[in-house]
Design a protein around this ligand. Structure first.
Ligand code: LMR
Length: 396
C-alpha cells in the first residue's frame, strides 16, 4: 500500500524549526515559527503555569476519561475570557464551548462542524492567511476561497478589496477572520472596519469563524477581542477558535477551545450535540493537562494577576522589538522604509523581501524566516538585532 507514496516537503513553518536546530552558527537567529522568546532567546514556562502545575500534582485524584467537552470549568473560564463577563450572548445563553487539542484542533472541529451543517460548504480565508488554514479546511472537505486582505505594495490592509469580496459571499458560506495579530501580516482591522465587516456579515448572513490564536499579544486581552465581541453581538451564528499556546505559553500541551454561538439557546444545544459527535469520531476527547492549568490560573485571583503581568511582559517585549527593528535598520544604513513594522501588531510581519533574499539570509547569515518573508518578531533581541539589521542591509 505504501509503494505509491511520494515523499512530501516539510511543512513551511515547522520545517524551519528542524533546520534551525541543526545550524551550528553561534549567530543564528530564529524568526520562523510563532513562539514567544525572551531576551535570552528562550521560551520558558510561565511562573503562573509552574504554580498551577504544582497545584495539579498536589490535588489530582484521577485520570479517568473526561468526555468530549473537556473540563467544564476550563470551558466556562475561556468563554468569559473570550467574550468578557457580560456579553449579550452569555446572558442569552447562546454560547457553547469545548476544550480542543490546541487552536488547530479547534479549527478542525469548526471545519467538521461546518461540513455537518452543509457538505461541501465554502469557507473564505484572507489572502494571505496562516499557512495551515487552507490545508486544514480542505482536509475536512470544505472548499476554500480567498478574499483580498494584505496590500503587499503599500504594507497596508486592502480593506476596500476585502469588503467588496465579502459583499459577494453567499449566505451559506463561512468566512474566517483573524481576531487580532493577523498571521502572517500583522495587519489588523480597526474598530470602524470591524463594524463594517460585521454589518456585511449581518446583511448577507454568512457565518463568521473567528480564529483567535494570539489574544493578549496585540494590544491587550480585551482590546484584542474587540472585533470578535462586536461580531458576536451582531450576527446570529458564529464560531470562535481560540488557543492557549501563545498567551499561556502552553504550546506542547495542545490546549485551545472551540465556541459555537447559536441563534437561540435551543439552537446552540442542537449545534453542540453535533460538535460532540464530531469530536468523538476524530479524537474522542481532548487532553486534560493544559486545560487544568488554564482553569486553575483563571479561577485564582493571585495566579490570574500573575498571568496578566507575564502576558503584558511578552506583549511589551514584542512591541518594543518592532520599533527596535525599525531603528536598527535605519542605523545600519537601510534606506527602504520599514516603518510599517512598528505600525503592525502581534507576533508577525512580512519583511517584504524576495524568496531569494529570504534564502540568502538563511544560507549566508543563518537567519531563519518563512519563505514569504514572514518574521516572528519575538525572535529579535538586543543581542542579535544589530547582526540582523546588518545582514538585512547586505542582502538588500
Ligand atoms: C505559526 O504560525 O508559526 C504558529 O502558529 C505555529 C504553527 O503551528 O504554525
Amino acid at each position: 500500500m505504501f509503494a505509491s507514496l511520494k515523499a512530501l516537503p516539510a511543512d513551511p513553518i515547522l520545517g524551519l524549526l528542524a533546520k534551525y536546530r541543526e545550524d551550528t552558527n553561534p549567530k543564528k537567529i530564529d524568526l520562523g515559527v510563532g513562539v514567544y522568546k525572551n531576551e535570552a532567546g528562550e521560551t520558558t514556562v510561565l511562573n503562573c503555569v509552574k504554580k498551577a502545575e504544582q497545584h495539579r500534582t498536589d490535588t489530582e485524584t484521577s485520570k479517568v476519561y473526561i468526555g468530549p467537552t473537556g473540563s467544564p470549568l476550563f470551558n466556562d473560564e475561556m468563554t468569559k475570557l473570550i467574550f468578557g463577563q457580560n456579553h449579550k450572548i452569555l446572558n442569552e445563553n447562546r454560547a457553547r464551548t469545548v476544550s480542543t487539542p490546541g487552536g488547530t484542533g479547534a479549527l478542525r472541529v469548526a471545519a467538521e462542524f461546518i461540513k455537518s451543517c452543509k457538505a461541501g460548504a465554502t469557507i473564505w480565508v484572507s489572502n494571505p492567511t496562516w499557512a495551515n488554514h487552507t490545508g486544514l479546511f480542505e482536509a475536512a472537505g470544505l472548499i476554500v476561497k480567498t478574499y483580498p486582505y494584505y496590500d503587499y505594495e503599500n504594507k497596508n490592509l486592502d480593506f476596500d478589496g476585502m469588503l467588496a469580496t465579502l459583499k459577494q459571499v453567499s449566505s451559506d458560506d463561512a468566512v474566517l477572520l483573524h481576531a487580532c495579530c493577523h498571521n502572517p501580516s500583522g495587519m489588523d482591522l480597526n474598530q470602524e472596519q470591524w463594524q463594517q465587516v460585521a454589518d456585511v456579515a449581518k446583511s448577507i448572513g454568512f457565518m463568521p469563524v473567528i480564529d483567535m490564536a494570539y489574544q493578549g499579544f496585540g494590544q491587550g486581552l480585551d482590546k484584542d477581542a474587540y472585533g470578535l465581541r462586536l461580531m458576536a453581538e451582531t450576527v446570529k451564528e458564529m464560531v470562535v477558535c481560540s488557543s492557549c499556546s501563545k498567551n499561556f505559553g502552553l504550546y506542547r500541551e495542545r490546549i485551545g477551545a472551540c465556541t459555537i454561538i447559536g441563534e437561540s439557546s435551543l439552537q446552540a444545544d442542537i449545534a453542540f450535540s453535533v460538535v460532540l459527535s464530531v469530536i468523538r469520531v476524530i479524537y474522542s476527547m481532548p487532553p486534560a493537562h493544559g486545560a487544568a492549568l488554564v482553569e486553575t490560573i483563571l479561577s485564582s485571583d493571585e495566579l490570574r494577576n500573575e498571568w496578566y503581568q507575564e502576558l503584558a511582559e511578552m506583549r511589551n517585549r514584542i512591541n518594543g522589538n518592532r520599533q527596535l527593528m525599525v531603528d536598527k535598520l535605519i542605523e545600519h544604513g537601510v534606506t527602504r522604509d520599514f516603518n510599517f513594522i512598528a505600525r503592525q501588531a502581534g507576533m508577525f510581519s512580512f519583511l517584504g523581501i524576495t524568496p531569494e533574499q529570504v534564502q540568502q539570509l538563511q544560507d549566508e547569515y543563518s537567519i531563519y524566516m518563512v519563505g514569504s518573508s514572514r518574521m516572528s518578531i519575538a525572535g529579535i533581541a538586543s543581542s542579535n538585532v544589530d547582526y540582523l539589521a546588518q545582514s538585512i542591509a547586505k542582502v538588500l
